[in-house]
Design a protein around this ligand. Structure first.
Ligand SMILES: [Zn+2]
Length: 145
């Protein structure tokens, strides 16, 4: 079963394309990540500012000029994380963030093709899990069909 709004996640950016999609078999959605066809020289790294901008631009283009969470589909906003004095500002659930779809801790790369726009709520909940692992975890809380 696939969660509402999360049927398909597709990040197709940059010179080497990666697709991440659920194969809609009843019990076991499978995350497909086709990074392996090219040098993965940014494995385990953070995104660059340019890479982050690339992900934001592609998301806006895909959503008619509106930034949306790639996971839950809510509209998100880019906000400063620090005030003028450099103090951290408490985040909001709909803050736009860039998530490593394949987690950095699991070798996901810091190239734009592994970046997804995520609301803060999704990003915190997904944490260092793959989408597949996260889906499995969420499924545990859903009633049987
Ligand atoms: Zn979200």
């Amino acid at each position: 079963m696939i969660l509402p709004g999360r049927e398909l996640i597709s990040c197709q950016l940059g010179s080497h394309r990666a697709t991440h999609e659920f194969q809609d078999s009843p019990a076991t959605p499978v995350l497909v990540h086709n990074c392996g066809t090219s040098p993965n020289d940014r494995a385990g790294t953070d995104f660059t500012d340019n890479g982050r901008q690339t992900v934001y631009d592609a998301n806006e283009a895909k959503n008619g000029g509106i930034l949306k969470c790639d996971y839950c589909g809510r509209t998100v906003e880019r906000r400063a994380s620090r005030d003028a004095n450099g103090n951290a500002i408490k985040g909001l659930p709909d803050d736009a963030q860039i998530d490593h779809e394949i987690p950095k801790a699991q070798g996901g790369c810091g190239a734009a093709h592994n970046g997804c726009v995520a609301c803060r709520a999704c990003n915190r909940d997904k944490s260092a899990k793959t989408v597949e692992q996260w889906d499995d975890e969420l499924r545990d809380f859903l009633p049987e069909e």
